[in-house]
Write a protein that binds this ligand. Structure first.
Ligand SMILES: [Zn+2]
Ligand SMILES: [Zn+2]
Length: 331
């Protein structure tokens, strides 16, 4: 008998990021091409909704526009002409920031990302990720700390496998389809707190999906067949796109062991993060409060670092059941 694969039919397109009309009250799922021409990161289903949303959207829209213009200016015409005459985009790739003249450009681009992150649309978050990946390519030394932001963005975009590959090769952008369920030893010697937090969420998303199925009353009372599995699946949230990419991990045989393995790994990582920054887990339960606190300079393990980590943790808020898991873990 072929083993039944739970979730084998899952398609993971769920995201809490806005993909349709930006007007809050609009329920339309029309795929209109009407984008805001100013900021280019929000869409509308029709002109009237763009007009209605303008009072709400105006402030951030103008900030993004200004910030993008500033980045473009720095890219082409720095005061001493360095960026245009020396063409660092050709000859200094990897060494930006180390070359002083590139710093205003990198700062401007970082400011643009900060503004774009205020907009919770798929287009905006995807564009932040592209900016940050490119900034890392230009500046391998990563003086602005973009590699701490990138993993959370991958998760917000449901690109979990790429998130894992990025974390595993520590941002050298050269690994593909690494085995997510494998041990966590690989991370131990060189683990930033921000990266550990992303690995926990990634593995947690893998844990919660099958756990829901195994706990479901239908699953436990009815004879398991294809239809039963479909009924159970359709009634539950799906969080991890890795299950649909690797259905063999969901074979009924050995599933309980794989769940156990994830639980053990999560437990170790949870404690690791707690030792690295004692404020973080508790603060995540009150994320709204800390999202309102501006990010400032920080040292490792400090309260200020916690604020920054919370700012990078929107993917936690957007994953159903993740905050609840933290609450249970703390108690
Ligand atoms: Zn706009
Ligand atoms: Zn609309």
């Amino acid at each position: 008998m072929r083993p039944i694969l739970l979730f084998a039919t899952f398609t993971m397109e769920k995201t809490t990021l806005k993909i349709h009309c930006n007007l809050n009250s609009c329920t339309s799922s029309d795929n209109s091409d009407l984008r805001c021409s100013n900021c280019k990161v929000v869409r509308y289903c029709r002109q009237e909704h763009q007009t209605a949303d303008w009072p709400n959207h105006k402030a951030i829209c103008n900030k993004i526009k200004r910030s993008r213009r500033k980045t473009e200016e720095e890219e082409t015409a720095s005061p001493d002409g360095f960026m245009s005459s020396m063409n660092p985009f050709e000859i200094s790739v990897g060494y930006f920031w180390g070359i002083h003249e590139t710093r205003p450009y990198m700062r401007a681009r970082m400011d643009l990302v900060t503004q774009l992150l205020q907009v919770n649309t798929l287009v905006s978050v995807a564009s932040c990720l592209e900016h940050l990946r490119d900034m890392l390519r230009l500046c391998r030394g990563d003086n602005l700390g973009v590699r701490d932001i990138i993993p959370g963005l991958y998760l917000r975009l449901n690109r979990d496998q790429e998130c894992y590959d990025f974390l595993k090769c520590l941002s050298f952008l050269n690994l593909k389809n690494e085995d997510v369920i494998k041990g966590i030893e690989v991370f131990k010697s060189r683990f930033e707190c921000a990266h550990a937090i992303a690995v926990v969420l990634l593995k947690l998303r893998m844990l919660l999906d099958p756990r829901d199925v195994l706990a479901s009353s239908v699953y436990n009372t009815e004879k398991l067949n294809y239809d039963t599995v479909r009924v159970v699946q359709d009634s539950l949230a799906t969080r991890s796109p890795i299950w649909s990419a690797r259905p063999e991990l969901l074979a009924q045989e050995g599933l309980a062991e794989r769940i156990k393995l994830l639980e053990t790994q999560l437990d170790a990582l949870f404690k690791y993060i707690d030792r690295s920054n004692k404020w973080f887990w508790k603060a995540l339960l009150e994320y709204e409060k800390y999202l309102a606190v501006p990010v400032s300079a920080y040292s490792s393990g400090s309260r200020e670092e916690m604020v920054l980590l919370i700012h990078h943790s929107r993917s936690w808020i957007e994953t159903e059941g993740a905050i609840k898991w933290v609450r249970e873990k703390i108690q």
